[in-house]
Design a binder for this molecule. Structure first.
Ligand code: SF4
Length: 280
């Protein structure tokens, strides 16, 4: 079992505040950092003043799939019903109850029914995957960790999907097509580096590797596990520099637009077009 002190000791505290907005300089998380680096003005709308928007169907679907996997891993970890029936039930329940009561931007009732139906075969593929055959009990599931590291300008907070018995952090991703593993490893660098730093701080040991698990929503669903080496010193230094950039940018309220491909799926285009050169 991973040696994580109880809440309040040695800087490891629950991180419920990860999802509630709040002071952007209180801590850094993967979602805050990636949002800030993607577009600072969008980050301001979404994370600083927390303008609410209906949740995208894909995001909602991903959360529901995650709930099914979480149920499975927790049942393995603590003992419980890890059966296919129980996992599917956890998925259906999450599908029926969006996070924080969010409204889902379904275009039609048919879209909702189609999306819901796609979850069951994907979770069955996950449960049948030999790649994920659970030989040993996980060290932790949905671990909420906080680390105050000298190298980082802000405390680091994170919730890790799964930490395997050998202290390898695992991140699950639902994806619509067979992933380009090299590209996905690149795109997940911030997340995997943060996971490594959190687990190493909690255990006092070097993390041997990371693992990305893709649940691929193709016609015949499949699951692909991809082991990634633990971040090297260059990646760790780069992460620290990005956190510093975040801390300075937020302290200076440098919230400006970054027009690009991401505008195609941005929910804040109206607010963005009214931007006159400063926050607020
Ligand atoms: S529309 Fe584009 S530039 Fe404007 S906030 Fe959204 S992502 Fe940023």
């Amino acid at each position: 079992m991973i040696a994580i002190p109880p809440p309040g000791e040695n800087g490891h505290a629950p991180t419920e505040e990860l999802t509630t907005g709040g002071d952007p300089l209180e801590y850094i998380s993967v979602s805050r950092l990636k949002a800030f680096l993607g577009c600072r003005l969008r980050f301001y709308f979404e994370k600083v003043i927390a303008v609410t928007r209906p949740q995208s169907p894909n995001l909602h679907y991903g959360h529901a799939i995650h709930a099914g996997i979480q149920h499975f891993n927790k049942a393995r970890w603590r003992g419980g019903d890890a059966s296919e029936t129980a996992v599917i039930a956890a998925y259906q329940k999450a599908f029926d109850h969006p996070e924080k009561g969010a409204k889902i931007a379904w275009e039609t009732p048919e879209e909702e029914a189609t999306q819901r139906a796609e979850g069951e075969p994907l979770l069955k593929a996950f449960l049948a995957s030999e790649l994920l055959a659970p030989e040993s009990k996980p060290a932790g599931v949905e671990l909420k960790l906080r680390a105050e590291l000298p190298s980082l300008a802000l405390p680091l907070l994170g919730i890790i999907d799964l930490v395997k018995a050998d202290h390898v952090p695992v991140a699950y991703t639902t994806i619509g097509k067979t992933p380009n593993l090299s590209l996905e490893t690149w795109l997940h660098e911030i997340q995997l580096t943060a996971y490594t730093l959190l687990v190493e701080d909690a255990t006092g040991e070097k993390s041997p590797a990371n693992e990305l698990v893709f649940l691929v929503k193709t016609k015949t669903p499949k699951v692909i596990a991809h082991r990634v080496p633990a971040p090297n010193q260059v990646q760790r230094d780069r992460f620290a520099r990005l956190v510093e950039t975040y801390a300075n940018g937020v302290a200076n309220e440098d919230y400006y637009p970054s027009p690009g491909m991401q505008c195609g799926w941005c929910d804040f285009r109206n607010e963005c077009s009214a931007w006159k050169g400063g926050p607020g």
